[in-house]
Design a protein around this ligand. Structure first.
Ligand code: ATP
Length: 232
């Protein structure tokens, strides 16, 4: 393996804590999580319901701020950036997949995948058209391009959501129970697709899940419990 192909740390989370305060009651959800994600790797964070997996994913994805601790991406402290720089970072380098697809239901598959490319402002209309059609074909939905997401099955919606997450060629995909809402067969197909596209794009992927069977399919699994990651 040449030096260029060696894995290096892409994302480093250090001492991440998150407290929620409601009616003067403080809940310490995360209590100092440390986590490294390397380039071109797939990691699962497993933990029971309420252990703080989604909270951690939101913080790593800069959708929420930690109470204490830092997140570095390629060595840069994400929470020391300006809000605008963080938005740019999120739009250009991260892809998100959620349990409930989060597609815009009145828009077509084509439009849902095209939006992140249009927002980035870095592609011509012809480039967007080529990429969207390629991705929808790749996830097996070339024939559903002009269907609204409300007209698709759960598995099909999740495949559109994967195409959308990968559209901008992100360096890291963050997925929150990406197969949690699907039956056994669709879940397997969606997971296979996610792993194939991740490998083709050489990006990293962090999946949070409570599904131990799913977690077995990862190169590396971390266990979240009592607000900490116990096994790295
Ligand atoms: N905005 C909030 N305000 C107050 N408490 C919150 C908030 N968001 C999450 N929590 C609490 O933080 C804890 C962790 O929630 P989180 O959604 O991160 O867990 P999870 O491991 O992803 O659970 P699940 O697998 O059920 O989705 C829960 O006890 C939840 O009630």
């Amino acid at each position: 393996m040449s030096v260029d192909n060696e894995r290096r740390i892409l994302l480093k989370a250090e001492g991440i804590s998150k407290d929620y305060v409601e009616s003067s009651v403080v809940t310490h959800v995360l209590k100092g999580v440390d986590l490294d994600i390397y380039t071109d790797e797939m990691v699962a964070v497993i933990g029971s319901s309420g252990s703080g997996k989604s909270t951690l994913l939101h913080i790593l994805g800069t959708l929420d701020k930690p109470t204490r601790g830092n997140v570095y991406f390629n060595g840069e402290n994400l929470f020391k950036m300006s809000g605008r720089a963080r938005d740019y970072f999120r739009n250009h380098h991260l892809g998100f997949v959620y349990q409930f697809h989060h597609l815009l239901s009145d828009f077509t598959s084509y439009e849902n995948v095209a939006f992140p490319l249009m927002i980035s402002g870095e592609y011509t209309k012809a480039q967007i058209d080529e990429r969207v059609k390629y991705l929808l074909d790749r996830v097996g939905l070339g024939h559903r391009m002009n269907h609204r997401s409300s007209e698709l099955s759960g598995g099909e919606r999740q495949r559109v959501a994967i195409a959308r997450a990968i559209a901008n060629k992100p360096m890291l995909i963050l997925a929150d129970e990406p197969t949690g809402n699907l039956d056994f067969r669709s879940a397997g197909e969606v997971f296979d697709l996610l792993t194939e596209l991740r490998a083709e794009n050489h990006c990293s992927m962090l999946v949070v899940t409570h599904d131990r069977e799913l977690a077995k399919r990862f190169e590396r699994t971390c266990e979240m419990s009592d607000g900490l990651i116990k096994v790295k």
